[in-house]
Design a protein around this ligand. Structure first.
Ligand SMILES: NC(=O)c1ccc[n+]([C@@H]2O[C@H](COP(=O)([O-])OP(=O)(O)OC[C@H]3O[C@@H](n4cnc5c(N)ncnc54)[C@H](O)[C@@H]3O)[C@@H](O)[C@H]2O)c1
Length: 267
């Protein structure tokens, strides 16, 4: 029960990696605030978890929405101990020569500035916690070249952000770390992309793609007191894909996998 008496705010908590993280931390004793732009899915997870859970609708692309969600935390609990910034996603993208500015600004906003908005709103509360930690979810795309440049650049930005904030807020004992997942079986790989998910397995030295629970376990470690002396790092949780050279033998382009897509954007 590493999270007894801890209040944890999780973005993107209604599905996939965020939901698995919420279940994991709740199972370890945390009170979880499930922040997601999909209100119904967030409420349904809160109903399922029961006590020590609260769903708040929040779109990380909107500062007022983010600030309002943290106001709810302040009013409901008067404290916050950990922020887990999972919400993000990609979009179909053309070759860089043809990529429009709004594709870049949109993906930077969702994957980088959106997390900054959450950190900014969380900091006044985190300062009062004795176990304050922020864990951000990046991607192996943010660590090496797997294509999807705007998404990759935004995710890479999180790693630098973690280093700078680790230094800036080390004196306040607030830790900042990043988890960089490889391919994870979530709805982002559903529908027409499901066959590609099976083929992606061949990229991974450990012979399988990841499950949301694989990422939740690493997030729980970095958010917990077990990682009390770890700050400013990016931890790949990737079945060995970054260890290479397997990913060079069978590239993402050869697999014709296409971009990681947020299904909510295709509505
Ligand atoms: N699935 C993968 O293969 C994979 C690999 C590497 C990194 N990631 C990253 O992991 C994170 C979670 O992805 P997932 O696969 O679990 O996706 P998912 O679609 O299963 O869940 C994402 C959740 O985030 C929410 N969300 C999206 N945009 C939001 C916004 N603007 N404000 C608030 N909530 C928002 C969605 O409603 C959804 O509940 C993303 O940041 C993604 O980039 C995923």
């Amino acid at each position: 029960m590493r999270f007894d008496e801890q209040v944890v705010f999780i973005t993107g908590a209604a599905n996939g990696i965020g939901a698995a993280t919420a279940r994991r931390l709740h199972g370890e004793g945390a009170t979880v605030v499930l922040a997601d732009r999909e209100a119904d899915a967030g409420r349904s997870l809160a109903d399922d978890l029961g006590d020590r859970s609260l769903a708040v609708q929040c779109d990380i692309r909107d500062r007022a929405s983010v600030d309002a969600a943290f106001d709810v935390v302040r009013d409901s609990y008067g404290r916050l101990d950990q922020l887990i910034a999972v919400a993000g996603g990609s979009a179909p993208m053309p070759a860089i020569e043809e990529s429009p500015d709004d594709l870049w600004t949109g993906l930077l906003d969702l994957n980088l500035t959106g997390t900054v908005r959450c950190i900014r709103a969380a900091l006044p509360l985190l300062r009062s916690s004795e176990r304050a930690a922020v864990v951000m979810v990046s991607s192996v795309n943010g660590v090496a070249a797997f294509g999807e440049e705007p998404y990759a650049a935004a995710k890479a930005g999180l790693s630098n952000l973690a280093m700078n904030l680790a230094v800036r807020y080390g004196g306040d004992s607030i830790r900042f770390n990043v988890v960089a997942p490889g391919t994870i079986r979530t709805r982002a790989w559903g529908g027409a992309r499901a066959a590609n998910l099976e083929r992606m397995r061949r990229l991974y030295p450990l012979g399988r793609v990841g499950e949301p629970e694989d990422i939740a376990a690493a997030i729980a470690f970095l958010a917990s007191a077990d990682a009390a002396w770890i700050t400013g790092i990016t931890l790949p949780v990737d079945g060995g894909v970054l260890a290479g050279p397997l990913h060079r033998m069978l590239t993402v382009d050869e697999l014709a996998v296409g971009p990681l897509r947020d299904p909510a954007d295709s509505d």
